[in-house]
Design a protein around this ligand. Structure first.
Ligand code: IMP
Length: 153
């Protein structure tokens, strides 16, 4: 994915927005393989709280520290599930007039989609299982597991 992004943005700069907290590990790995100049910032949005079922409510808990006007923005997500979070984020960031706005996600549960969201860069399509590790959590636990694992309950 980093190769593809570096190729597509050759001669330009990219502004990566990591969606806290799950995307931290992926963003850290991804950016080390980008060969174009990179700036990063983070946003935090409410999603599932301590539950594993989406509430459908998205709220900004932490916003960007800088303007993204005329920047090539790539939202870096850990996983797209219903698409509600990214749909909200895309609408919100679009109003800030970036030069371009794309989505890069490590994982995609395509069969769970409730609103139309199509990642521009996607690592893996996965089935409808709750996964943890590599930054992903369940009630803030398991983020430190090195691999992506299915949580069995
Ligand atoms: P969406 O709004 O339903 O697309 O959900 C996106 C967010 O929900 C992700 O950024 C994750 O924080 C969380 N999420 C969705 N599925 C999983 C999962 O299987 N494991 C951990 N977090 C998940």
């Amino acid at each position: 994915m980093a190769g593809q992004i570096s190729e597509e943005y050759r001669g330009q700069e990219v502004f990566l927005i990591g969606v806290l907290k799950g995307a931290v590990v992926f963003l850290a790995d991804l950016m080390r393989f980008l060969t174009v100049p990179v700036e990063i910032d983070f946003m935090a949005v409410s999603s599932y709280g301590k539950s594993t079922v989406t509430s459908g409510v998205v709220r900004i808990l932490k916003d960007l520290e800088t303007s993204i006007e005329n920047r090539n923005v790539i939202i870096v997500e850990d996983i797209v599930d219903t698409g509600l979070t990214l749909s909200y984020l895309m609408d919100n960031l679009e109003t800030r007039k970036p030069a371009s706005l794309k989505i890069c996600t490590l994982l995609d549960k395509v069969e769970c989609r409730q609103v139309e969201v199509t990642p521009d860069y996607r690592g893996f399509i996965i089935p409808d299982k709750f996964v943890v590790g590599y930054g992903l959590d369940c009630a803030e636990k398991y983020r430190n597991i090195a691999d992506v694992c299915v949580l069995h309950r």
